[in-house]
Design a protein around this ligand. Structure first.
Ligand code: FAS
Ligand code: PHB
Length: 389
């Protein structure tokens, strides 16, 4: 099989890139290791910022998000028995949209089907050759045999465990990582949210987050040890702990119900540099991971896809390599700012076991300063709604 751009991965990054390139008349083939149902079944991000809004608008895939998404003006933080509001709209003039990654993925899959562009599911890329001289050859396993996709360029949108990034020579590739000493136990339930906006809580027992997917479906998280087995957390135990960490006001309005899904996700900060080598470009989790505290993972993937689509369009349609040459440096400048914000939100809102008294006091002071400072709240708000890129 031959195409202009081979895309590895049918998550948000790969599907968005495919849609944006198709709209520019550029042929793409997406290779996805798992089935479409498996990709849709993964419960991931919940909050969209300006990057994803812009990307979906440019992809002409924002209709359902605009009609079904929940437009939020801010969120609350609870710490040291104080609950205060971060007024995103008042401080920045912008909102965020609560619209699950599953729905974004569904909209992009539907758009790709309407475009008639090929996605090969259960087709795992196993090897990539020719990224320096071309043509690129992507060996993949599909329908029980090894096949080859020949393309002019390849976009590695294959997430943290993908193969594309590892194709960059070890002598060139640099990685940066911080693994946090805890995870998030997430619970999904068809119950109304306990508040009209999100609540982030720093409690002596640990971090908690009250989020949602609609007015009738809630998403909650509690900080837990990395090796936590969800089976050790029956629903009632999770609800009890959420009530403690979110405080009496939220607990009083919290509706309990059976979990639809319960899982533990690790938290890490990770960046792989560079994001381009020859004819290979990386986008999304294939190049970077942020702890979900800042709600940035999906939004960074959207920004990558938007910028990469413009670079590949200029390269393929006009023969202009300027945007492609600056892709990695430009994206990494934005990515590192978002890595910093996500690290800051995580260190401020989580309890680190064995944390010394000095750091514990610094964390309290950080939260107290944030509660009282319009300047600090404005800084948080402009990061949360999405930095320019
Ligand atoms: P994805 O990982 O979504 O997609 C990569 C795709 O590539 C996958 O479908 C995979 O099957 C495929 N693939 C991998 N190797 C392949 C190969 N060799 N050949 C072909 N295909 C291959 N972000 C938030 O903002 N908020 C959250 O609450 C949040 N929660 C998360 C929970 C978990 C457990 C995880 C893992 C991530 C979470 N994220 C969250 C981040 C998440 O939303 C990502 O940022 C987002 O999925 C990034 O999209 P992609 O870059 O497309 O990567
Ligand atoms: C979610 O709703 O899944 C969600 C919201 C905000 C976050 C992380 C996850 O920071």
């Amino acid at each position: 099989m031959r195409t202009q751009v081979g895309i590895i991965g049918a998550g948000p990054a790969g599907l968005l890139l495919g849609r944006l390139l198709t709209r520019q008349g550029i042929d793409t083939v997406i290779l996805e290791k798992r089935s479409a149902d498996h990709v849709l079944g993964r419960i991931r991000a919940g909050v969209l910022d300006s990057a994803t809004l812009e990307a979906l608008r440019e992809a002409d895939c924002d209709q359902r998000m605009k009609s079904d998404g929940l437009f939020h003006d801010g969120f609350d933080i609870i710490a040291n028995n104080n609950r205060f509001h971060i007024d995103l709209k008042g401080l920045t003039g912008q909102q965020v949209i609560v619209y699950g990654q599953t729905e974004v993925t569904r909209d992009l899959m539907d758009a790709r089907n309407e475009d008639g562009a090929p996605t090969l599911y259960e087709a795992a890329a196993v090897n990539i050759e020719g990224i320096e001289s071309g043509p690129v050859r992507i060996t993949h396993e599909h329908e029980g045999s090894r096949k080859e996709l020949v393309c002019d360029y390849v976009a590695g949108c294959d997430g943290f465990h993908g193969v594309a990034a590892k194709t960059i020579p070890a002598t060139i590739r640099r990685t940066f990582e911080r693994v946090y000493p805890f995870g998030w136990l997430g619970l999904f339930a068809d119950v109304p949210p306990c508040s009209h906006e999100l609540i982030y809580a720093n409690h002596a027992n640990g971090f908690a987050l009250a989020s949602m997917r609609s007015q009738t479906r809630s998403r909650y998280y509690i900080q837990c040890p990395i090796d936590t087995d969800p089976a050790d957390w029956p629903d009632e135990r999770v609800w009890d702990e959420l009530a403690i960490r979110l405080g009496p006001q939220a607990a009083a309005s919290m509706k309990r119900g059976p979990s639809l899904e319960k899982s533990v996700a690790p938290l890490r900060s990770f960046v792989a540099e560079p994001m381009r080598h020859g004819r290979l470009f990386l986008a999304g989790d294939a190049a970077h991971i942020v702890p979900p505290t800042g709600a940035k993972g999906l939004n960074l993937a959207s920004a990558d896809a938007l910028v990469l689509a413009r670079a590949l369009t200029a390269l393929i349609r006009e023969g202009s390599g300027t945007l492609a040459d600056t892709y990695s440096a430009d994206r990494l400048e934005h990515i590192w700012k978002v890595e910093r914000f996500s690290w800051w939100m995580t260190t401020m809102l989580h309890r680190f076991s064995g944390q010394d008294d000095f750091n514990a006091r610094i964390q309290l002071a950080e939260l107290d300063y944030l509660r009282g400072s319009r300047a600090e709240q404005t800084s948080l708000a402009e990061n949360y709604v999405g930095l320019p890129f």
